[in-house]
Design a protein around this ligand. Structure first.
Ligand code: PGA
Length: 249
């Protein structure tokens, strides 16, 4: 049985003081034993939010990192810097980073490898555009993204990775994929993982759905056999996040 993992992607929202206040309240409300809960916060909030999550089971995550440890990379943050704050998860290859910040399948792969060798768990994002879905090439695209992201990663390491399937057309649009559409692609991803590695490894890897997840659609999505949780954007900044985490109550 794969434990569900529900991660909030705060994106570029809140000031450190607002983040601290929100996390202090929300971490206590999301302190549940049966789900791994993660707050993926902006870097400048690591200090205040880590204080808020520490007494709870909520884990700390970030939304990006560089693949080198140190060097002349103005404006970047490396994995040894993150370790200081007790960061456990790092979102890699979110479609917004691919679209606005030149993230490529190659940098996603380098970052995933670096995260794993640094003891961080990468949440590797993949997802098709509306044009790709309409042209019927969703699975080809996802298959390529997943294979390239995991290139050179051993089965043992891959088992720790979280994959987030996020159709780009469903992110921040209020247009959730139907449970059937989400399950179809997540099941397809698990098949690709079995091809790259083996059934056992594929069955260990957690696959999240992301894209307009709310308290009203979470339980249906999580009831699907291949959906092991969610990457939540907008709703992670509201009271709804607690309801998503407590989807089975
Ligand atoms: P959304 O974002 O829940 O606001 O659609 C999801 C994400 O981008 O991870």
């Amino acid at each position: 049985m794969r434990k569900k993992i529900i991660a909030g992607n705060w994106k570029m929202n809140k000031t450190p003081l607002e983040g601290k206040a929100f996390a202090t309240d929300m971490a206590v409300r999301c302190d549940v034993p049966d789900v791994d809960v993660v707050f993926c916060v902006p870097f400048v909030m690591l200090c205040p939010v880590s204080g808020a999550t520490k007494p709870t089971s909520v884990a700390l995550g970030v939304q990006n990192m560089h693949f080198e440890d140190a060097g002349a990379y103005t404006g970047e943050i490396s994995s040894p810097m993150l370790a200081h704050f007790g960061v456990k998860y790092v979102i890699i290859g979110h479609s917004e980073r691919r679209a606005y910040f030149n993230e490529t399948d190659e940098t996603v792969n380098k970052k995933a490898i670096k995260a794993l060798s640094s003891g961080l768990i990468p949440i590797v994002c993949c997802g098709e555009s509306l044009a790709q879905r309409e042209q019927g090439v969703t699975m080809e695209h996802i298959r390529m993204q997943v294979k390239l992201a995991l290139a050179g990663i051993s089965a043992d390491d891959a088992a720790k990775v979280v994959i987030a399937y996020e159709p780009i057309w469903a992110i921040g649009t209020g247009k959730t994929a139907t449970t059937d559409q989400a399950e179809e692609v997540c099941a397809g991803i698990r098949k690709v993982l079995a091809e790259i590695y083996n059934e056992e490894t594929a069955n260990q890897i957690r696959i999240q759905y992301g894209g307009s997840v709310t308290a009203s659609n979470a339980a249906d999505l999580f009831a699907q056999p291949n959906i092991d949780g969610a990457l939540v954007g907008g709703a992670s900044l509201t009271d709804d996040f607690e309801k998503i985490v407590k989807y089975n109550q």
